[in-house]
Ligand binder design. Structure first.
Ligand code: FRU
Length: 514
């Protein structure tokens, strides 16, 4: 089914469909040694429309085999995002181990309603339940979608969390067909203005202590996010089978990733103690106009989530999954840099076709700046730097390559209003100052606060592919994902520091490939 690639920007080691449009990774489930990746898919073209669930499988989270779409659009509407579970105890009646998918059927005529489909051939094909829909909004809500189902052991029942415009709703079921409303959460909290999409609800040990578990509610928010457009927010708290209670101030948003291109992020189900998330690497502001033709949309690297505390608050770290190490093809060691001088490793990634990883520890000078420029010989560069004066890490893509795709989809007055509201509360927009530009939001840089980290030596892991840069600091305490479109592959890395002597050590550059 694969086609020969004709897109220059097609990533070398990130998942993409061979042909057609892709948004949200959804319905992901692990069963019998296989990771199933379903995704919002238009098989007929490279813009959003005709939504199906596309399907790919992998045994290692990195090498994906494309299969036929698993759930096709029908007369009820588009097949929007959802989730799947392994029905080990045959609660739905399709046999032990059937994969049960819950998705949103969306059309102008029927609105957004939740439907069910089951697979008895390991997720290859699904049969839609004849009693669909299984759930309608009780209040006629227009935006009611993206059901995520999970097993809640204390009640020995299935629960569903579904986004309902400005809140999330919990439902409960014994058989995955009949759902009862339990409670709502989120109204007035977190990022405002907002519309929640693609929720998830997972349990994680606090600082690795399995006797102290908390729930994390992931929700994806669009538009009007800190960096413009779409982003992934989360709340940490407790769940008693009825209500979710946030442990920190729910009005203060927390971000799973501080880049512009990390959205609709949800986790695989049935992965035991591991919580593995997958982001769609784009932003609704410009997702339909990126300079790609044959396909459009890539997924970010898989992340493994963990929970840590800092200054009495709870945060999620989203670190790149260890499976990624398996695609390192070649290692180059760069000597430590202690003098504060800039060291230009020109050509260090030559011949890597723009697909490599840079790993190092950096101790920026007190009040100074230390960072890297990943660049090509056309002067196109993405900069990542630690600014200790402002205690933040920045990724600047204003000079990264192509940045202007014209007709950005998102109404920019929403973005402006959101920024104005934040500033009136004394909050700063997360866009880097020199790049606030509502006309061409693609070119912005993003930043994250360094007070999420513990000490002043930062462990940095950067993944560069044909059209993306992903940054992970200190095991994912900060993650930052941005698309970039250099017109020639980046092949060089410059390490630099300003305002004092910064130190870089343990520097490695890995060629990445499949
Ligand atoms: C999120 C989203 C979902 C919806 C899907 C439609 O990106 O808007 O809420 O189910 O995309 O493709």
């Amino acid at each position: 089914w694969s086609v020969e690639n004709t897109d220059y920007y097609r990533p070398l080691y990130h998942h993409t469909p061979s042909y057609g449009w892709m948004n949200d990774a959804n319905g992901m489930v692990y069963k019998d040694g296989e990771y199933h990746l379903y995704f919002q898919y238009n098989p007929y073209g490279s813009k959003w429309g005709n939504m199906h669930w596309g399907h790919a499988v992998s045994t290692d989270l990195m090498h994906w085999k494309e299969l036929q779409p698993a759930i096709a659009r029908d007369t009820m509407g588009h097949i929007f995002s959802g989730s799947s579970v392994v029905d080990k105890n045959n609660t739905a009646g399709y046999g032990n181990g059937a994969i049960i998918a819950l998705y949103t059927s969306a059309s102008d005529k029927n609105g957004q309603i939740q439907c069910m489909a089951y697979s008895t051939d390991n997720g290859r094909t699904f049969t839609k339940y004849e009693g669909n829909p299984v759930l309608r909004p009780f209040d006629g809500l227009k935006d009611f979608r993206d059901p995520k189902v999970f097993w809640y052991e204390p009640a020995k029942a299935w629960y569903m969390i579904v986004s309902a415009d400005k809140e999330m709703r919990f439902y409960k079921s014994d058989d995955l067909k009949k759902w009862t409303y339990i409670s709502g959460f989120g109204r007035g909290y977190g990022m405002q203005p907002c519309q929640y999409e693609c929720p998830d609800f997972v349990q994680l040990p606090v600082n690795g202590d399995k006797n102290n578990m908390k729930y994390v509610m992931l929700m994806n928010v669009n538009p009007g996010c800190l960096f413009g457009g779409s982003a992934t927010e989360y709340f940490v708290g407790d769940f008693d089978g009825k209500n979710f209670t946030c442990v920190d101030d729910p009005h203060v948003p927390k971000w799973l990733d501080y880049g512009k291109d990390h959205y609709a992020t949800v986790c695989f189900s049935n992965t035991g103690d591991r919580v593995i998330a997958l982001p769609w690497m784009s932003n609704w502001q410009y997702a339909n106009v990126t300079p790609i033709k044959q396909y459009r949309g890539a997924n970010g690297l898989p992340r493994e989530l963990s929970l840590y505390t800092k200054d009495g608050r709870y945060y999620v770290a989203a670190n790149v999954a260890p499976e990624v190490k398996a695609i390192r093809k070649e290692t180059k060691t760069v000597e430590d840099i202690k003098t504060g001088a800039s060291v230009d490793k020109k050509g260090v990634a030559a011949g890597y076709d723009g697909a490599f990883e840079i790993e190092f520890d950096v101790t920026p000078a007190a009040d100074g700046t230390a960072g890297i420029e990943v660049y090509n010989d056309k002067g196109e560069k993405t900069m990542i730097y630690f600014d200790l004066k402002q205690m933040r890490v920045v990724m600047d893509r204003t000079q990264s390559g192509l940045t202007d795709f014209g007709n950005l989809a998102e109404p920019h007055d929403i973005e402006k209003k959101a920024d104005a509201a934040r500033q009136s509360k004394g909050q700063q927009p997360m866009r880097i100052e020199n790049a606030v530009n509502y006309k061409n939001d693609f070119a912005l840089g993003t930043w994250a606060p360094l007070n999420l980290c513990e000490d002043k030596t930062y462990h940095v892991d950067v993944f560069v592919d044909k059209c993306s840069v992903e940054l992970f600091v200190d095991g994912g305490r900060i993650a930052m994902t941005n698309l970039v479109f250099p017109t020639k592959p980046y092949d060089s890395v410059k390490f630099y520091s300003e305002g004092g002597k910064s130190a870089f050590s343990q520097i490695k550059v890995y060629k990445l490939g499949m």
